[in-house]
Design a protein around this ligand. Structure first.
Ligand code: PMV
Length: 309
């Protein structure tokens, strides 16, 4: 049996604008993960994938349009060996459609486990390319940030179409990730933003550029370890996400609660409307802010320290 895992991820700065060529920053979140196990199956059975948590079983064929089946097919096609006969089981503790990269992480764990089982583990770059193809089936026009951060398992400064730049944080910082419990498919918010951009290109391009400038400043701040400057940048980014109409009353409640309890800054993360908000905290105020987030309706709060790897 071959087992591999992949972490979740969170976007710190730049969601949505990244689809239009602006830089974005994202980091892995190891508290949640996807795991894939591969075992040999009877000759002639081909590749079968099962995801017991969501009651799904798919047989991989040339025609399948399932994201996991596509990942398995693209991995197996890289090997000249005869068709693989394996059973792959995937499990994940990453909430679906919550902005933590569940789809990309499950594909990455599967690709990693299958390529290792077939005797040639994929590099992060090769794995990321394959997971990107599966992401297209999930949400149409992905920027590529999810597959990149999840496959490289490092903080990433990402500009669509450019080689990803991984980076190290100057000093670790604490984040709370609060799940609103509202599933919000990224394809919907990305589609809504695209329609709005088509109507008001000039105004939206300006908003995207502003977000890109914030992501650039945040990249400097994080590498210089001026963590105190990070909070205001998060709130500035959130103000523009609000203008893009991808926030929502439940997310705003969580953000306001975190700020009132002393967070240095807070914003939604990922596609928006539902999913997660992130709040910048310290080791001293992590407990009271966590309580406040639960009181404000969070279904789950994850504490993560960025930059301790
Ligand atoms: O909701 P998530 O975590 O999949 O993030 C989506 C991020 C967007 O910028 C909105 C879309 C993208 O493909 O980058």
């Amino acid at each position: 049996m071959t087992t591999a895992s992949a972490p979740g991820k969170i976007i710190l700065f730049g969601e949505h604008a990244v689809v239009y060529g602006q830089p974005a920053l994202a980091v892995p979140v190891r508290q949640v993960q996807a795991v894939a196990e591969v075992v040999d199956a009877a000759p002639g059975s081909g590749i079968v994938i099962q995801a017991p948590d969501i009651g799904k079983t798919v047989s991989v064929s040339g025609a399948s349009t399932d994201p996991l089946a596509l990942t398995a097919r693209l991995v197996s096609e890289r090997f000249d060996s005869p068709r693989a006969d394996v059973l792959i089981t995937v499990r994940s503790t990453i909430p679906i459609a919550g902005g933590l990269g569940s789809g990309a992480a499950v594909s990455a764990a599967l690709g990693r486990a299958l390529s290792a089982h077939l005797g040639r583990p994929l590099s992060p770059a090769a794995l990321s390319e394959i997971v990107f193809e599966s992401e297209k089936l999930h949400h149409g026009t992905p920027s590529g940030i999810d597959n990149t951060v999840i496959c490289y398992e490092m903080p990433v400064y990402y500009v669509k179409g450019q080689p990803p730049q991984t980076f190290h944080t100057g000093a670790p910082f604490h984040l709370l990730i609060a799940d609103s419990g509202i599933a919000s498919p990224t394809s919907e918010t990305v589609g809504d933003v695209r329609r709005a951009w088509e109507h008001k290109r000039r105004a939206y391009d300006r908003l995207f550029q502003h977000i890109g400038a914030i992501a650039d400043r945040a990249h400097d701040v994080i590498r210089r370890s001026d963590v105190a400057e990070l909070g205001p940048l998060m709130s500035e980014n959130q103000a523009i996400l609000r203008e893009l109409d991808v926030s929502s009353p439940p997310l705003e409640r969580l953000i306001a609660a975190a700020l009132s309890a002393g967070a240095g800054g807070a914003k939604l993360s990922g596609g928006g409307r539902g999913g997660n908000v992130i709040a910048l905290v310290t080791s001293q105020n992590v407990a009271p802010i966590t309580d406040t987030l639960y009181d404000a309706g969070a279904r789950r709060v994850i504490h993560t320290v960025v930059g301790t790897d």
